[in-house]
Design a protein around this ligand. Structure first.
Ligand code: 5AD
Ligand code: SF4
Length: 349
């Protein structure tokens, strides 16, 4: 295979084969710069110069999940657990809207306290008071929960598939299966959510073939949003002492996600920014077009420790944005920034 030929194909179509993706994933760092540059031009062509902001509220760090990589896993007793009261969640959402941000992302562990009924109330209130888009990132739920929350007005749902390798998936998620994860994603699609998925890069035992499968999976479900970040070892977890993923590997996956999806919304993730001071800018230059400033009140934010040195622990979201985004020649997108995919395009204003 010849790099030039594959890149030329990638410029015209996202339809790369598994072999071609593995080839691109195994090039040297020098050669990879051409992949990142191509992704940046695909991004410019398909999604333009706007960087959309999503205001993040981490409203509960209580989790019944036990993912072996995550600092919030239920077996980690060294976490001070919190739940934000409903009124404070809504207040934070209103602050996000007042700052001109058109999307509120509600993220939490898999916390059974926040039943469908409680979520419905929160979603309705946020819709009423902000008029903006609401994205949920609250994990696996039964179909009827997803349905109730969608009917309450939730627009989008983020549920990373984490890894498309079913064996690795089961090793990382004791008692869970990739099949169940994919069922959730299918339910969300059926219900008319804009669906986000994605994976971690540099997981123990993860191969280039696995990463190619991640990209093929993302493409196969026609993901509206794709979150990709490096695996970062987290203390007090079973994977606390294994090596983490590199910035370069994560950026290359961001670039390839741009190439295969063309017009998905792809965030410059906090994880990329956490292992490299300018990681988020690098991601924005390698295909990403979304930034998620953290609006979780500081008193809670310090306890939402999925992994160590999580960026923005002290970051004032308003200051970050304009400067850093404009410094790389981009501008902040206005409005809700809905999916650019065919079925949702009409809802974009
Ligand atoms: N390193 C990087 N990303 C992580 N996540 C959870 N734990 C880690 C970690 N140690 C990611 C998962 C999850 C998202 C909310 O955070 O991909 O879906
Ligand atoms: Fe819980 Fe999510 Fe962490 Fe898994 S990744 S332990 S579900 S917060």
């Amino acid at each position: 295979m010849v790099l030039k030929e594959i890149l030329s194909k990638a410029q015209h179509t996202g339809n790369l084969s598994k072999e071609e993706l593995v080839f691109l994933l195994t090039r040297t760092a020098d050669e990879a710069s051409a992949i990142l540059a191509l992704a940046n031009s695909v991004r410019r062509e398909y999604v333009g110069q706007a960087v959309y902001l999503r205001g993040l509220v981490e409203f509960s760090n209580i989790c019944t999940g036990n993912c072996t990589y995550c600092g919030l896993r239920r077996e980690n007793g060294n976490v001070h657990r919190y739940r934000m009261p409903e009124a404070e969640i809504i207040e934070t959402a209103v602050k996000i809207a007042e700052n001109g941000i058109g999307t509120v992302v509600l993220q939490s562990g898999e916390d059974p306290y926040f039943t469908a009924d409680r979520m419905v109330s929160i979603i309705k209130n946020i819709k009423k008071h902000t008029g903006g888009a609401v994205t949920l990132s609250i994990g696996e739920r039964p179909f009827d929960d997803y349905k109730a929350m969608r009917e309450a007005g939730a627009d989008r749902f983020l549920l990373r598939h984490e890894t498309a390798n079913p064996n690795l998936y089961t090793r990382l998620h004791p008692g869970k299966s990739l099949k169940e994860r994919v069922r959730c994603l299918a339910d969300l699609r059926t219900l008319g959510y804009q669906v986000g998925t994605g994976c971690m890069v540099g997981l123990p035992g993860q191969t280039a073939e696995d990463l190619a499968d991640d990209l093929l999976f993302i493409r196969s479900i026609d993901a509206d949003m794709v979150g990709i970040g490096p695996f970062i070892p987290s203390p007090d977890t079973p994977l606390g002492n294994v090596p983490g993923g590199s910035v370069d590997a994560a950026l290359r996956m961001v670039a390839l996600a741009r190439i295969v999806t063309r017009d998905a919304h792809i965030p410059a993730t906090t994880a990329v920014g956490s292992i490299d001071e300018s990681g988020r800018e690098k991601a924005l230059m390698a295909g990403a077009n979304i930034v998620m400033p953290n609006y979780t009140p500081l008193k809670y934010r310090v306890d939402y420790k999925i992994y160590p040195n999580k960026q923005c622990i002290n970051e004032d979201p308003e200051i970050y944005l304009e400067n850093r985004i404009e410094s790389i020649g981009r501008r902040i997108g206005k409005g809700p920034g809905h999916s650019l995919k065919g079925a949702f395009r009409k809802t974009n204003t």
